[in-house]
Design a binder for this molecule. Structure first.
Ligand code: ATP
Ligand code: MG
Length: 283
């Protein structure tokens, strides 16, 4: 059995369970318990506070875990980053009161900065050769300047609305973070094999999410142009249509290039373009 640690409650809990589910892994009880097992995959799920996960993975209490990269770097345990999951995206930023004029990082010199990420912040300040006082607190960092506890803060931001409502402005981005799979460095061969299987499934789910299946009709004299736009996994599937001089083209298109590709396809006289979600994509 591979033991995986996920967040008990909080921002990463739901997406972590959803990811396992999309990988065909059904858990036998919810996260009210400390532990769950799967019916159909050799995995055991432990629910912990996210801050504890790097330590538990390092100690071998869990073999792997899902945490924000920010937590991985802050805890600085000797464990591996096995895979970037693409959810839980946020950034760790320095923010100062809106009213303060800020002209660059040198303005942080001598400031008192409140944070729960003292390790990452200290490394950053060292790198930038800035002397500032780090005031470590465990929560509600964003209120620190308002109550006179600090001049600035360093905290996680996604939309920025929390900063805004607390009269703060983001001035430096220290780290861009997302949820990652971390792994103990000394997994047995059996556990490594299970992890490989799991990562293959995760990769299939993630690839499917980033891609769409596309079908269209095109005049034969444009097939070369269209095939160049739609590489597919090898090349697009091209099937002649009953109507003379036309073919049906089927391929996969990446979400990031989607609209650009569609516009070009139209220029190359593509018609009847149908786009469908892909559930799994095994590469
Ligand atoms: P726990 O009780 O497990 O210690 P927590 O309160 O420390 O939970 P959450 O707020 O649930 O943590 O956030 C978990 C992770 O979600 C963060 O470490 C970060 O990687 C990610 N995250 C994504 N967006 C945000 C955001 N806007 N603010 C905070 N964390 C975010
Ligand atoms: Mg936490």
């Amino acid at each position: 059995m591979l033991k995986i640690a996920i967040q008990k409650s909080g921002r990463l809990n739901e997406d972590s369970i959803k990811l396992l589910k999309e990988c065909g892994i059904e858990l036998n009880n919810g996260n009210k318990q400390l532990k769950a097992s799967a019916f159909n995959f050799p995995i055991e799920v432990y629910f912990f506070r996210d801050d504890d996960i790097p330590q538990y993975v390092y100690d071998g209490v869990a073999d792997i875990g899902i945490v924000g990269e920010n937590v991985l770097l802050e805890k600085a345990k000797d464990i591996d980053l096995a895979y970037r999951l693409g959810f839980g995206k946020c950034r760790l930023s320095v923010a100062v009161p809106k009213s303060l004029s800020y002209n660059g990082i040198a303005d942080l010199e001598g400031m008192k900065i409140a944070t729960t990420y003292s390790v990452i912040l200290q490394n950053y300040l060292n790198e930038k050769k800035i002397n500032a006082e780090i005031h470590e607190i465990s929560g509600s960092v964003e209120i620190a300047p308002g109550i006179g506890l600090a001049d600035a803060i360093c905290d996680l931001v996604s939309s920025g609305s929390t900063l805004f409502t607390n009269g703060l402005k983001e001035v430096e981005v220290i780290l861009k973070s997302e949820a990652v799979i971390v792994s103990n460095k000394n997994l047995s061969a059996e556990k490594k094999a299970i992890l490989e299987k799991l990562l293959m499934r995760i990769h299939s789910v993630k690839s499917a999410k980033n891609n769409k299946y596309i079908m269209l009709n095109a005049p034969n004299n444009q097939l070369k142009n269209i095939a160049a736009l739609l590489p597919g996994s090898k090349s697009p599937t091209i099937v002649p249509l009953a109507e003379e001089g036309w073919s049906s083209v089927q391929s996969v298109v990446n979400e990031n290039d989607f609209w650009e590709v569609i516009e070009k396809l139209k220029q190359f006289q593509a018609e009847g373009i149908v786009v469908m979600p892909i559930e799994k994509m095994v590469l």
